[in-house]
Design a protein around this ligand. Structure first.
Ligand SMILES: [Zn+2]
Length: 486
């Protein structure tokens, strides 16, 4: 403590030269409870506040009891914030989900990194998330397995809502390990080498992330074993394929990534192989039982055509934005004859693959049924069958036009087949050059844009009206006088 007083004296004498004018009545000296009387005596002439615990740079320094009391107070504030967000989630779930994942949970993530032993303080927050937030967000009655799955990162079949108790265990150890070079320098008074710190930090962070991911993946796999084989197959696809970008993106009005309440909840329910809430019993178009699969395939009312057209127009628009000028929607590749109907593809663009004189034809094919029985191992076979079907129908006509052809096959989860993935990569490359932005940023944005297009289409098929509305049975005003004459 005497050396601390020497530092204070040096600060008083040398500080003003560098513009530092210490105000000791606003300063705190944190000591162990055993030394509090000695410290008060030592610093009494400077009127420095002597305490056993005090918040510092967003964290807390002090004995375990003080830390616990401070954390409990913070936890109460956060529980209150979660309750408020739960109320908002009933009306605007996607916006609330973004506020929670991108802002609120980051507050306790920081404290978990800088304060040791915080696990028990987060019991109440986890309970609040389980009891209020997730049910309000999804509008579903969730069991423990579903909640535990949702509290995982989105790339591991979760929603991206962090489990605060589990994270507390990892965060402090990982942060302490990553800042080891820096803390050693401070404690031993050595010269700081920023390159050594940077290298150690990167290696240590990558190592911690890898171990945490491995543990989380094992935990997800054991949770999936508790589900029925059909639900397990649906969630395994989310683990294997890249179809969860829409949960990680920050939506705003400029990027058009905000989903309506029904769109968000329908797709969260389908992600966990649950039936979306308030489904009608019968189809308003054809009168059959209104299951999810029926909603996604019933052609009455034009919703399927509308879904198809939206995906086609979105892609044709992006091709134009990537700098291609010769784009045609619905090109006729073979005229109708007496024996066969005309062959029409979705869109084509000259020079898409880099050869300026070659027309590239594209068509989208959607595996838009929920296929709970299809396991990941059978999925590739499923894509191949669809690909062969499309190629056998269109390939020869395309070759006669000296063009090339790519069928883009997608599922209602937002998963693309191999050729679809190649198409996305090529498109990202073109947009990256055109917009002068990194390829990885464009790829993430494009993947999300495609997923949003598909997810909105799925919700449209579930919620949209298939009823053919009659007009007022009057084409013009000619029939109106008859009403008065009667
Ligand atoms: Zn129907």
């Amino acid at each position: 403590m005497k050396s601390l007083l020497e530092w204070v004296d040096l600060l008083i004498s040398e500080g003003p030269k560098y513009g530092v004018f210490p105000e000791f009545d606003k300063s705190y000296c944190i000591v162990s409870p055993d030394y509090i009387d000695d410290a008060k005596e030592l610093f009494s002439h400077l009127k420095i506040n002597v305490v056993t615990g005090r918040k510092f740079l967003g964290g807390f320094i002090g004995d375990a009891q003080d830390i616990q009391a401070w954390l409990e107070k913070k936890a109460l504030e956060w529980c209150d914030a979660i309750k408020k967000l739960s109320c908002a989630a009933q009306v605007v779930p996607h916006e609330t989900f973004t506020v929670f994942t991108k802002s609120l949970q980051k507050e306790w993530c920081y404290i978990q990194r800088v304060v040791e032993g915080t696990e028990t303080a987060f019991d109440s927050i986890r309970n609040e998330i389980q009891k209020s937030f997730l049910p309000a967000l999804t509008a579903l009655d969730l069991d423990d397995v579903e909640v535990n799955l949702m509290l995982k990162p989105s790339r591991l079949a979760g929603l991206g809502v962090d489990d605060p108790i589990y994270n507390a265990k990892w965060a402090y150890t990982a942060s302490k390990e990553a800042s080891l070079v820096l803390s050693k320098v401070i404690c031993n008074g050595q010269t700081f080498d920023i390159h050594a710190h940077d290298e150690h930090y990167k290696k240590s962070s990558a190592r911690s992330k890898e171990s945490k991911d491995e543990e989380l993946r094992t935990s997800v796999e054991s949770l999936l074993d508790c589900l029925s084989s059909e639900r397990k197959a649906t969630l395994e696809r989310k683990l294997t394929y890249k179809c969860s970008t829409w949960l990680a993106v920050t939506p705003n009005s400029q990027n058009n990534f905000i989903l309506s309440a029904n769109e968000f909840r329908d797709n969260v329910a389908l992600r966990y192989a649950r039936s979306p809430r308030r489904l009608h019993a019968t189809c308003d178009g054809c009168g059959q039982n209104f299951t999810i699969n029926h909603a996604l395939k019933c052609k009455t009312g034009g919703l399927i055509i509308s879904r198809h057209n939206e995906f086609r127009n979105c892609n044709a628009d992006l091709l134009g934005k990537s700098g291609l000028t010769q784009i045609k929607i619905e090109p006729v590749i073979k005229e109708a004859s007496k024996s066969s109907a005309a062959l029409i593809l979705d869109f084509c663009a000259r020079g898409f693959r880099g050869k300026p004189n070659k027309m590239h034809f594209l068509t989208s094919a959607s595996l838009m049924l929920m296929h709970p029985h299809i396991r990941v191992s059978q999925f590739l076979q499923f894509f191949t069958t669809m690909l062969r079907k499309k190629k056998s129908k269109y390939n020869s006509a395309v070759e006669e036009l000296r063009g090339s052809f790519t069928p883009i096959i997608t599922t209602c989860d937002g998963i693309f087949d191999y050729h679809g993935e190649c198409y996305l990569k090529r498109m990202s490359e073109r947009l990256s050059l055109k917009w002068d932005r990194p390829y990885s940023v464009i790829m993430g944005w494009l993947r999300c844009r495609m997923q949003m297009c598909i997810l909105r289409s799925v919700s449209l098929c579930i919620r949209g009206s298939r009823k053919r509305w009659n007009n007022q049975e009057a084409e013009d005003g000619a029939a109106i006088p008859l009403v008065y004459e009667c």
